[in-house]
Design a protein around this ligand. Structure first.
Ligand SMILES: Nc1ncnc2c1ncn2[C@@H]1O[C@H](COP(=O)(O)OP(=O)(O)O)[C@@H](O)[C@H]1O
Ligand SMILES: [Mg+2]
Length: 332
């Protein structure tokens, strides 16, 4: 390799050579450059030529490691594997930062499995034989096997608290462990947001073990939105949790995050840029949400609000022999 090629491929290499009093000739080889340094000049820098070469290699290894760690996640790619019958899954799907992808399909079809493949960056070593790439490359093993480096925040159907803390203490502890600057203020925002999302409000001194499903889900969503630095957010069926789903999704959709969401909820399904249709363990179709579909989203949202109003009436012991104000077009 010539010095020119080296510096083009690894721009930081030039920083190393700046410290050495020998001009870099683009066309000389890297070996030639080091061979031409006389021992005396090297001595002036306090090392022999061999030390210099070793230092150069150590510097390059370290810089390469740093570069890998700092590289933001720009895309993830799902390379198809096989469905439950071992039939090939014809998929090579790249998802870019900022996209919301919904996953639809019958119960048992494999939606959670796809999320798990992404969570653990499957490398043809799960039942689906899928392979996941980050920025078009096989991810560094540390992303797979170390909790500290995980790229993924997962919000799942089952969330169990085992600690005996109040909601405020729990969030405060979490904020402090993330070493955010203003843990107190962020904790208050998280509790406020969680209360906004939850159907039934809760106070900061409620023990986490007595939060309802909807309340704890809201707390975890607000927590993920404010505290998580993970560039990938996976959401598994948040719909039946008694929370404001649309607000929750909007809160999570940070511009730079990749959101994948398994859902049976038509409103959430249409909020995605694309939806993956899962059949028998495989991705059978990738559908891009059309403008017409998005237009229908407004109609669905209206229907949904009306249904919620009816639910509230029934929940509070009312009857719907006559329709509540604001609900039209239903014949009871
Ligand atoms: N391609 C596949 N090959 C083998 N098993 C699969 C495949 N996809 C899913 N499964 C298995 O099928 C079961 C149901 O999948 P799951 O992801 O829980 O469904 P869903 O979340 O859609 O209800 C799980 O045990 C899962 O591991
Ligand atoms: Mg599931």
């Amino acid at each position: 390799m010539t010095m020119g090629e080296l510096c083009a491929a690894y721009p930081y290499a030039a920083d190393f050579f700046q410290a050495i009093p020998r001009p870099v000739k683009q066309r000389s080889t890297v070996g030639g450059y080091f061979a031409a340094i006389d021992e005396e000049a090297a001595e002036d820098l306090g090392m022999g030529r061999q030390d210099m070469i070793e230092q150069f290699l150590a510097f390059m290894r370290q810089m390469e490691q740093l570069r890998k760690e700092e590289e933001p996640v720009k895309s993830i790619t799902v390379v198809g594997g096989q469905d439950k019958n071992g039939q090939r899954e014809n998929i090579f799907l790249t998802i870019k930062a900022g996209e919301i992808i919904c996953i639809v399909g019958p119960t048992g079809s494999g939606k959670s499995r796809l999320l798990a493949d992404i969570e653990w960056m499957a490398q043809r070593d799960t039942p689906t034989k899928r392979k996941i790439l980050i920025n078009n490359r096989v991810p560094d093993p540390k992303y797979r096997f170390s909790v500290e480096h995980k790229l993924v925040a997962q919000l799942s159907q089952n969330m169990n608290f085992i600690m005996d803390l109040t909601a405020a203490e729990f969030i405060q502890m979490h904020a402090e462990s993330r070493m955010v600057e203003d843990a107190g203020e962020i904790s208050r925002s998280i509790l406020d947001k969680a209360n906004e999302l939850a159907g039934e409000k809760f106070s900061p001194d409620t023990p986490v073990t007595s939060l309802s499903g909807g309340q704890s889900r809201s707390l975890m969503i607000a927590d993920a939105a404010y505290l998580s630095k993970s560039p990938i957010v996976l959401v598994d069926e948040i719909e039946n949790a008694g929370i404001d789903r649309q607000k929750a999704v909007r809160l999570l959709v940070d511009k730079q995050k990749i959101v994948l969401m398994a859902t049976h909820d038509p409103i959430l399904a249409l909020m995605g840029d694309k939806r993956l249709v899962i059949k028998n363990g495989g991705i059978a179709q990738v559908i891009v949400t059309s403008d017409e579909e998005r237009g229908n989203l407004t109609v669905l949202e209206k229907l949904d609000r009306q249904l919620l109003m009816i639910r509230d009436v029934l929940r509070n012991g009312g009857r719907i022999d006559a329709l509540p104000a604001g609900v039209e077009g239903l014949h009871c």
